[in-house]
Design a protein around this ligand. Structure first.
Ligand code: PHE
Length: 453
């Protein structure tokens, strides 16, 4: 099926778009990554800084990306070409986004594969009758087994490809409608359960009482990178999803809703997980295994626990899928729109490519655990650092510089403000994307690299 600009598919409904974009935003970033990096960065102060970045930098940049995509009605590269012409250097920003989303997918699939494995563990009763320590130890058993990890990584990527083959509406929109709310309710349940557990008080204190002395330049960069990661910014995703949006949609409330939802999911997951950590005497800074080492512990003590554990990892896997399809869609849309490839060819080749590029990450916890690149990091940490801390913030930075400094004012203003009376919106947004976001991103990156001393 050829997808040309004239027949560009659009979202079936506004709700469908919000759910798909929220589906992209809500993923492993919220439930797997946010808790573990919060644990590593000492809690409260990190959370506060992260929330500030979400609101003041993430939300305005999300709006900028939606606007760019909706205006261009094309993939991340094509939208810049429509705006600035075929020879404009801005198209490199689109390419960088395509590269970032591809690299991100290759690494993301490894972690999502772990979640697949945990569905099987839960379904076969691997957690029942075990102590908290025994459950935590299962994680090491999984990641040290390269065959298993690669098998699940491959299966996850194949699933992602199948959904993306279904195209925007059929594939992406339909599933998000059912599974996102289900995930939210299950997290709510875990949160409530956590708040009635002996770890509740320490979990709340850990996440919300800030100790600013714990903040290092690296934690600032982690918080910034994660604000981009969790909102799916800087990777062309929101440009691409915005391009499937009708012109008359009022963007601000949509972007705000997505941001709030994403943040709530992360906070719920964090509180649920830390209440388990403190009740069971585990380590908040346990690293990338944290969610897998903690959540199953709660289910063991709940009625229908085994069933709920299966449900949890099924929903976590779906949350990961609704994010991974949005990553793959960025480069698929690029190849379809710019290179005239078919959806089938683009999807299959990119899926296979992401598998190969991701292999070193799958081996990072086993066969290649001794192999280090990039200042002593294994491949897994190096990919994460490169994409989350540098590529996404830089991609978002360039999008905000474009929207704040180079885009014709009248054009973006009328599209942003739309029909609705909100006189404060444009000046505020414009200030944030023109000054605050670029200055903050540049300073945090320079601060980390030591340039600011
Ligand atoms: N936001 C997703 C998550 O939190 C990850 C993502 C990043 C998806 C960038 C698309 C683009 O898991």
């Amino acid at each position: 099926m050829a997808e040309s600009a004239t027949t560009r598919p659009h979202w079936a409904s506004r709700l469908g778009f919000v759910l798909a974009a929220a589906g992209s935003a809500v993923g492993l970033g919220n439930i797997w990554k946010f808790p573990y990096i919060t644990g590593e960065n000492g809690g409260g102060a990190f959370v506060l800084v992260y929330l500030g970045f979400i609101l003041l930098i993430g939300l305005p940049i999300m709006m900028a990306e939606f606007l760019i995509g909706r205006h261009g009605q094309k993939d991340a590269v094509g939208s810049f070409i429509v705006l600035e012409g075929a020879r404009s250097p801005w198209r490199f920003v689109g390419w960088a986004a395509v590269a970032a989303s591809f690299l991100l997918l290759s690494f993301y699939a490894v972690v999502a594969g772990w979640s697949f494995d945990y569905i099987v563990k839960a379904a076969t009763g691997a957690f029942s009758g075990r102590s908290a320590e025994e459950i935590s130890a299962l994680f090491g058993g999984l990641v040290s087994n390269p065959v298993k990890v690669i098998f699940w990584q491959l299966l996850f990527l194949a699933t992602t490809c199948v959904i993306v083959l279904g195209g925007v509406r059929g594939g992406i929109e339909r599933w998000s409608k059912i599974l996102m709310p289900a995930l939210f309710f299950l997290l709510l349940l875990l949160f409530v359960r956590g708040m009635f557990s002996p770890g509740a008080e320490r979990a709340l204190a850990f996440m919300f009482s800030p100790d600013f002395s714990a903040l290092t330049p690296t934690s600032l960069l982690d918080a910034l990178g994660h604000a981009f990661f969790t909102l799916s910014l800087g990777a062309g995703t929101m440009i691409t999803y915005g391009s499937y949006l009708e012109k008359d949609v009022d963007l601000f409330p949509l972007a705000l809703r997505i941001t709030i939802l994403d943040t709530m999911v992360a906070l719920l997951a964090g509180l649920a997980i830390f209440s388990i950590v403190f009740a069971a005497g585990l380590e908040p800074g346990a690293g990338p295994g944290l969610v897998f080492q903690t959540i199953p512990i709660v289910f063991v003590g709940l009625p229908f626990g085994a069933l709920l554990a299966v449900l949890f990892f099924v929903l976590l896997s779906f949350a990961a899928l609704s994010s991974s399809i949005s990553m793959l869609e960025v480069s698929v849309a690029y190849l379809i729109d710019e290179k005239g490839w078919t959806r089938l060819k683009s999807t299959v080749l990119l899926g296979a490519g992401a598998f190969l590029v991701g292999l070193p990450c799958a081996l990072s916890f086993n066969t290649w655990s001794e192999v280090t690149i990039l200042f002593g990091r294994n491949f897994f940490d190096a990919y994460d650092l490169l994409v989350s801390s540098y590529m996404l913030p830089l991609g978002g930075l360039l999008a905000s510089i474009y929207a704040g400094w180079f885009w014709q004012e009248g054009e973006e203003k009328s599209e942003l403000v739309g029909e609705v009376e909100r006189p404060w919106l444009y000046p505020l947004w414009h200030f944030l994307v023109r000054y605050l976001a670029p200055v903050a991103v540049i300073m945090i990156i320079l601060n980390q690299t030591g340039v600011l001393g």
